[in-house]
Design a protein around this ligand. Sequence first.
Ligand SMILES: [Fe+2]
Ligand SMILES: [Fe+2]
Length: 292
Amino acid sequence: MEVEEIERLIRISKERPLMPETYIPWQLEPATDDIFLPETLTSLQGLEIYGTLTPKQKLELGRHELVQVITSYAWGECLFCLFMTRHILTLPLDNVEHRFLLRELIEEFRHQEMFGQAIAKLGGSPIQQTGIHKFLGEFSNKYLPADYLFMGSVSVELVTDIYGNHARKSPNIYPVLKKMFDLHNIEEARHILFTKSLLKTYAAKAGYIKRTLYSYVILGNILFVRTMYVKPEIYERIGLENPDKVYKIAAKNFKQKFAEKCLDDIIDFVNEWKGFNRATRWAWRWLLGAKV
Ligand SMILES: [Fe+2]
Ligand SMILES: [Fe+2]
């Protein structure tokens, strides 16, 4: 990316900051027909069991799953901030990349606080990450080289961006959440622009093996995010019998939905630098249900 273009992004971030404190109408309580997550994004919609739920159960399902989604965002962003803080130490302070990443860090910290406040507003009780999620998240954050971590971050940003878009465009979404997703969408658009162009330079230099590894890092990150949303505890909370059984069909249902609704942008990105090949394509199809 040209230096002037990065300077422009820095300028927008400084001149038009979106403060969650004032941008989001925190004082508004949910109206009677407000929802928290579009039905199509919930794990049970599309299954027979969904038709047996009461309106109250459907609403609660959306509330708990939305809390899970934003909990995962906040955790992922916190991990990313850890990495970025280490990464900017390797760049001089007057370096334009360093300065952009400082703006990104500032914004990401605000996002995490905003997600936390939204969870509190919804009276949510997030379910903690599994041990394997924690281990993989922290291990990869510590030991993967910068280009791989940027690959991982852009894939998560692209996926969450689409998710947020579905939510904020839903007509009866609770206004606090709509504004939260609006804010996130605007600021993440700049992060994505920057990271994508940074990665294009990395990918342009990469040979077959490195492109294969990049592709796997992205796939792993998406799989990682997708498996943090759907939880058996939620079915128990909304009063369903056999939550573990429900979980099995819900996870399958959600995998298919996620593949249909959330993967287009990331597939385009991976395609741009030929990240689909004989060694990666089968895994994308098998693990993510992607049509590649
Ligand atoms: Fe963010
Ligand atoms: Fe970001």
